[in-house]
Write a protein that binds this ligand. Structure first.
Ligand code: SF4
Ligand code: SF4
Length: 486
């Protein structure tokens, strides 16, 4: 292209590249019908990325490349003024083609290199002192999210989790937040992917069938290291099952979060107070480890009303340095779960394994109730743990030294704490609301992985279909064990 041709006002506008804003994604290459664009060879020293190269010889000015580009400032159809600048650039920088070496000049921006994002420092603010609240579990969880700084809620209503979304629909607009009822659970998780990628806390409420639909997206979030909080108020399954409480997803959340090497911290509250506290904990851990966190509660707990004491502070989270936020500081960040070379993907999986090991080391949580001298250890979480606690009192009044081990993290399972109760235990009884022993499987798996091959016999009390094990059933089961013979 000659300078005269460039100055011809009738000539069609041609694309032109601001290389500092090009991430080398190649979408423009695919879009160009004239093969004018190729992958670049040179690293841009401002961004550390490799921008494309354009040759305008065969360009017909169709602007398909500009339309295909996801970056708002990377490609533009050139104006007369731009062309003149381009000429000056080309004479300064031979062989640069249509690429501008200094796009900041075009926009009148600061010419200094893109600044690195600073370490994020969250702010905390005092809350007005208030007395205890009486709240449903679902509401307590929604309030916990708001106090953690969550202002982006997406979801698709499903019983018995809907009150959480309902409260968010009321409160988010008043807090300058976003409430968005997505077209489906699949859409929900993918919007959370985008929001979490921008470094913003986001969450959803769902229930078992809805959660099943989200697991593919959760795998993408884990692969890309994107935070987000999922509150799964579990109900009876399989299939649509019913809307009554069950602990139907323990296996799914602990060991089945979509394809690949996927794990998320799984928190298991057992009171409305813990619905608030563990939802707040979920946001903290989700950003600490850049990973989704799942709070599992049964439908009874979602609907149950109880006393809830609010914390003294609320949080205003900063934008983390890794976020793809779209401002100057975060522009060079990139986030994806695709690693096309085998070695890169293997390295990424090993990196995730190291992160999982760190979570296992640091985040195991359990509540031990009267376990110090217990010979019968009941293992239970969520609402069944309340029945189990009542049973411990029953049994102790009958002279049986019983205690309750209540895992508050289901992944990682608090096996290190569990091992401390084993030396005195003569029986272990797992109490849960599903037919297949999903909590018991987690216990057995973790005993096995911790090389605990010798342990007391493991018994169980299980109900399902929306029926929770009763205190009486647990007590009767334990009294029926031949306690003296073991
Ligand atoms: S304007 Fe059309 S022909 Fe020219 S580089 Fe872009 S896509 Fe290719
Ligand atoms: S589509 Fe835009 S960001 Fe992607 S390579 Fe082309 S110019 Fe660069």
């Amino acid at each position: 292209m000659t300078a005269n041709q460039q100055k011809n006002p009738k000539e069609k506008a041609k694309p032109f590249l601001f290389s500092e804003f090009c991430k080398g994604c190649g979408r423009c290459i695919e879009a160009c019908p004239k093969n004018c664009i190729v992958i670049g060879q040179d690293i841009n020293t401002f961004t550390g990325l490799i921008p494309i190269k354009i040759s305008l010889e065969n360009c017909i000015g169709c602007s398909l490349c500009v339309n295909a580009c996801p970056e708002p400032y990377a490609l533009a159809m050139s104006t007369e003024e731009m062309r003149e600048r381009e000429e000056r650039e080309q004479s300064k920088n031979k062989g640069a083609g249509a690429t501008f070496s200094d796009p900041s000049e075009m926009f009148g921006l600061d010419k200094s290199p893109l600044p690195k994002a600073k370490k994020a420092i969250d702010e905390e603010m005092n809350l007005p002192i208030s007395g205890p609240q009486i709240l449903k579990g679902n509401y307590a969880s929604a309030i916990g999210a708001i106090l953690s700084g969550c202002r982006h809620f997406y979801g698709y209503p499903i019983t018995p989790s809907t009150e959480g979304a309902e409260l968010m629909a009321k409160l988010m607009p008043q807090l300058d937040g976003i409430f968005f009822q997505a077209v489906s659970e699949v859409a929900t998780v993918n919007i959370m992917y985008g929001t979490g990628g921008a470094g913003l806390p986001s969450m959803t409420f769902t229930s078992s069938p809805g959660f099943s639909l989200m697991v593919e997206g959760i795998s993408y979030m884990i692969g890309s290291e994107i935070p987000g909080v999922f509150i799964n108020i579990m109900r009876g399954g399989p299939g649509l099952g019913n809307i009554a409480p069950e602990q139907s997803d323990i296996k799914l959340v602990c060991n089945g979060l979509g394809h690949g090497n996927t794990h998320a911290v799984v928190l298991a509250p057992s009171t409305p107070q813990e619905m608030l506290d563990l939802t707040m904990k979920a946001f903290e851990l989700s950003f600490k480890y850049r990973n989704p966190v799942i709070v599992v509660a049964d439908g009874y707990l979602g609907q149950m009303t109880g006393k809830v004491i609010l914390p003294k502070k609320l949080k205003k989270p900063a934008i983390p340095e890794w976020a793809v936020y779209g401002d100057k500081e975060h522009r060079a960040n990139l986030m994806c779960s695709i690693y096309l070379t085998e070695k890169d993907l293997e390295d990424h999986n090993h990196y995730l394994d190291r992160k999982y090991d760190e979570i296992k080391k640091n985040e195991q949580m359990a509540d031990l109730y009267k376990c110090d001298d217990a010979e019968v250890i009941i293992v239970a979480c969520n609402t069944p743990a309340q029945m189990a606690k009542g049973s411990v009192a029953d049994l102790r009044s009958k002279g049986v030294k019983a205690g309750l081990f209540r895992p508050m993290t289901l992944w990682p399972f608090p096996i290190d704490k569990f091992k401390t109760v084993l030396p005195r235990a003569r029986h272990i009884v797992v109490v849960e609301a599903n037919s297949s022993g999903q909590l018991e499987d987690e216990l057995r798996l973790n005993l096995n992985r911790s090389q605990v091959t010798v342990h007391p016999p493991i018994h169980n009390v299980r109900r399902c279909g929306g029926i929770l094990p009763s205190q009486q059933e647990i007590t009767e089961k334990i009294l029926s064990l031949k306690l003296k013979e073991v």
